[in-house]
Design a protein around this ligand. Structure first.
Ligand code: ADP
Ligand code: ASP
Ligand code: MG
Length: 418
């Protein structure tokens, strides 16, 4: 008998019919003798709707109150899922994040989980219940509701699996696994049977939203066995078949697979980025800090940073930030940094995107970057910035070329071929 945490995303609980299917699937796993803890998201579109309501009242909503509102979608689905299980004769109990005490810090909108009190869950499981926990939400020390960032139910699922030392955490979603790239953009994308934890970490951090980055970090830290699979199949397919389906995130590269494995595992992309350039700053020690220090103080994450070779004692510094932080970052630079460092100008572009190749095979292969740049050049796509690590290469380009870039790279690296 195994203990399994199953997380169902927004589409998977998007209608009463779908919730009934989730109940059937969960009851099937129970009937096969497994303990099941279920994490659900809000019905698809609901979190956006709730955030929209908040913004109609306060254009920049108070963070504490926004979390109070945004977290409510999940409270609806936990109750409905519990009822759907009871309706087919399976004992079930639902809990909000506060009720099972998913304690977080107070960084509203992007809170981090500190601890989970799993005793109550264990007791309920012992009594024969399926326990259903609201994804995406927690509670801070003061008792205020917090949320874990968009896509945060994945993190709730993995964190619960870690706390309960579950045998597996299954992320049920609207695709049947992790693909070589988003199958919505490239229909020829292929499902990966396994992907290493390191590759998944890069793919998630570079924009593949199939798993929230923090859920992958948690899985790595606590060695949670993590699988991504489809909730849209027949809910009554045999458990053994389902256990072998989807994509398993592995911790070690399988040496027998390594020989055949493609050099590149996937293409990731992120469109919600913006680029800022500070022109003609004096090329002297401390200048990067003078520019990026105030940005960091405002809790804005900076991603790709490029400093040009100096000329006549002057240089340019460009960097990217999330598009949501663009206006704030520009204001800080224009109002506070420019007068201080006396640069010539600060310009920006909030219509850029980042496209990345990810693969462990890059460690042992040369020429990947040049093949990537050639492929983009042949399509007339201009590369604005480049950044690399041991297992990824990212380029920043005009947003309007993003989908084309993803498609041609996917093809050039033969990711569509089995
Ligand atoms: P859920 O609501 O279940 O959490 P998400 O919408 O957050 O689902 O994530 C699933 C979606 O992630 C898919 O529908 C797909 O469009 C997208 N996606 C992006 N990159 C990938 C990838 N490499 N493999 C699979 N899906 C991907
Ligand atoms: N409902 C939340 C969101 O839309 C959390 C999640 O779906 O994982 O971001
Ligand atoms: Mg998601």
């Amino acid at each position: 008998m195994a203990l399994i945490v199953q997380k169902y995303g927004g589409t998977s609980v998007g209608s009463v019919e779908r919730i009934k299917n989730v109940a059937k699937r969960v009851a099937k796993w129970r009937a096969a003798g497994h303990d099941v803890v279920v994490v659900v998201s809000a019905m698809s579109g609901e979190t956006n709707r709730l955030m929209g309501l908040a913004k109609e009242i306060q254009p920049i909503p108070d963070p504490r109150e926004l979390d109070q509102v945004a977290s409510t979608g999940e409270q609806v689905t936990i109750g409905l899922a519990a009822m759907a299980l009871q309706a087919i004769g399976q004992k079930a109990k639902s809990y909000t994040g506060a009720q099972v005490r998913i304690l977080t810090d107070n960084a509203y909108g992007k809170a981090r989980i500190i601890s989970i009190d799993e005793e109550r869950i264990r007791r309920d499981l012992k009594d024969g219940n399926v326990v259903i926990v609201a994804g995406f939400q927690g509670v801070d020390e003061t008792g205020a509701t917090t949320t874990l960032g968009r896509g945060g139910s994945d993190t709730t699922g993995v964190a619960l699996a870690a706390a309960l030392k579950a045998d597996e955490c299954q992320i049920y979603t609207d695709v049947d696994g992790v693909y070589t790239t988003d199958p919505r953009i490239v229909p020829e994308a292929r499902r990966l049977h396994t992907v290493t934890f390191e590759e998944m970490l890069e793919m998630a951090s570079l924009g593949s939203k199939v798993l929230q980055i923090r859920s992958v970090e948690f899985a790595g830290k606590y060695k949670v066995r993590l699988r991504v699979l489809s909730s849209l199949t027949d809910p009554m397919i045999p458990v053994e078949e389902e256990f072998a389906s989807g994509t398993l995130i592995t911790f070690e590269e399988d040496p027998t697979m390594a020989m055949e494995k493609a050099v590149i595992s996937g293409v990731a992309f992120a469109r919600d980025e913006a680029k800022i350039t500070v022109h003609d700053v004096p090329d002297r020690p401390g200048i990067a800090y003078a520019i990026l220090g105030p940005i960091a103080d405002a809790k804005i994450d900076v991603d790709v940073i490029v400093q040009n070779v100096g000329h006549d004692g002057m240089t340019d510094l460009s960097f990217t930030v999330g598009r949501a932080d663009y206006a704030k970052a520009m204001k800080i630079l224009k109002d506070r940094v420019q007068p201080h460092i006396k640069c010539r100008d600060v310009t920006g572009d909030d219509k850029i995107a980042k496209v990345s190749l990810v693969g462990l095979g890059m460690r042992s292969h040369v020429g990947i970057a040049s093949q990537m740049f050639r492929t983009l050049a042949e399509e007339g796509i201009n590369i604005q910035m480049i950044t690399t690590s041991e297992i990824k290469i990212s380029v920043v380009l005009d947003e309007k070329y993003m989908e084309l870039a993803v498609r041609v790279l996917h093809k050039a690296f033969e990711l569509d071929q089995a």
